[in-house]
Design a protein around this ligand. Structure first.
Ligand SMILES: NC(=O)c1ccc[n+]([C@@H]2O[C@H](COP(=O)([O-])OP(=O)(O)OC[C@H]3O[C@@H](n4cnc5c(N)ncnc54)[C@H](O)[C@@H]3O)[C@@H](O)[C@H]2O)c1
Length: 381
């Protein structure tokens, strides 16, 4: 089975490529490298022993996309490519609508032209809008109270996909609504490494840990939650990637439904403060954070009811927030290990700072994480 991953060198795409390749799928990748690096391709090969065919192509370039499909047959496409920073989408709405919607329309046109009739789409819990504190099921309302253009694009694309599937009974669409992906591959070879200022909690924590960002801002500690900070459903990216494999297998079966929608989450919510404290405990290093006022539009508690995916996809999230943090630290430490600093690269069950001091070394992460072109900035969760 040959699968095309758009945006397959990004955070979730690269982990999905690994899971697919290790189960015998043939994988090809399109990515314009806007938010990823070519190095990830080599690292996918290091993990799986297989190097996917790669096209450095922008999905906005329809004729380039046409050429790829003209020369290849795909059993399915997993569509990850797009812009995903919520805050940036408020500043640059047209760029978000153009990129996320037009890339999808191009892809659908070309898939139809070449009779490729199976698409899996990366959607987001953000389509549930302002529903707060309820375990969200796929039947919950969508589209009401979405507070940013990024979320609107996901909602609109879901509608476009449903209409497309409705017009062609042979066209199968699977919409996967992700909650909050975190973590990295346990090898330490692939993980989340945004090219720009990160927007999600874990990459910000990582950059505060390495010293690249000075302070983590936690927006609000007066929500009606245990410790007052917002709670989210954090899912390990490897679990999420496995969810794609399960969804793909299901949709490739002839009796699969025309449009299927699944929440991919753990069903558990962890607070932002708890996440910070757990990271501090596992890393052995205090994080510089400050509590500031609430951000408009933020919700107290957002988490999934993943039972439909558990039942129909025979899939369930298995890894914990602790696993994700250990894997993220491992990913951060990999460069140090490659510099022949003798640090273990398996999931570290020890304090990272302590490990460095035991070796008589200064923690090199500050240097490794820092980007020379950036000054220290504080940023948001
Ligand atoms: N990470 C999250 O928290 C999260 C949550 C919910 C949904 N999603 C969705 O999942 C998908 C993947 O997310 P991710 O975290 O891996 O993001 P990512 O930015 O790491 O990956 C997206 C990839 O798409 C590529 N890309 C962007 N625009 C492109 C274009 N025009 N043509 C070709 N390639 C292009 C980027 O270079 C990048 O490699 C996105 O659609 C995102 O909206 C992510």
């Amino acid at each position: 089975m040959r699968v095309l991953l758009t945006g397959g060198l990004g955070f979730i795409g690269s982990h999905t490529a690994v899971e697919l390749l290790s189960r015998g799928f043939e994988v090809e990748i399109i990515d314009n490298l806007k938010n990823s690096k070519l190095e990830t391709l080599k690292n996918i090969k290091k993990i799986t022993g297989k190097k996917p065919k790669f096209y450095k192509t922008d999905l906005l370039n329809k004729s380039a996309l046409d050429k790829i499909f003209r020369n290849n047959y795909y059993d399915a496409v997993i569509h990850f490519a797009g812009l995903k920073a919520v805050g940036e989408s408020v500043e640059k709405p047209l760029s978000y609508y153009r990129t996320n919607i037009d890339t999808t329309l191009n892809l659908l046109d070309i898939m139809k032209k070449y009779h490729c009739k199976n698409l899996i789409f990366s959607s987001s819990a953000t389509v549930y809008g302002n529903q707060d504190g309820v375990k969200l099921t796929e039947k919950n309302q969508t589209g009401i109270g979405i507070t940013n253009p990024y979320g609107q694009t996901k909602y609109m694309i879901e509608q476009i996909l449903k209409d497309t599937a409705c017009s062609d009974p042979e066209f199968k669409v699977t919409i996967l609504r992700y909650f909050n992906p975190i973590g990295a591959h346990y090898s330490g070879l692939i993980g989340e490494n945004p090219n720009d200022i990160p927007n999600n909690l874990m990459p910000i924590i990582m950059k505060v840990y390495t010293g690249e960002i000075k302070t983590l801002k936690i927006y609000g500690d007066d929500y009606k939650t245990k410790d007052g900070t917002g709670m989210r459903d954090f899912i390990h990216v490897v679990d999420l990637a496995k969810g794609h494999v399960s969804a793909l297998k299901k949709s490739l079966k002839t009796n699969a439904t025309n449009v299927a929608i699944y929440n991919l989450g753990t069903g558990k919510a962890t607070s932002v403060l708890k996440m910070v404290k757990t990271f501090e405990k596992i890393s052995g290093q205090a994080l510089n954070y400050e509590i500031v006022g609430r951000r408009p539009g933020d919700l107290a508690k957002v988490y999934a009811n993943p039972k439909k995916a558990n039942r129909e996809l025979n899939w369930q999230a298995e890894l914990t927030v602790e696993d994700a943090i250990k894997d993220v630290l491992n990913y951060l430490l990999k460069p140090a290990a490659d510099l022949k600093l003798k640090l273990p690269v398996a999931r570290p069950h020890y304090s990272i700072s302590k490990a460095f001091s035991l070796l008589g070394l200064k923690n090199p992460l500050v240097k490794l994480g820092a980007h020379p072109s950036r000054t220290q900035k504080s940023t948001s969760v």
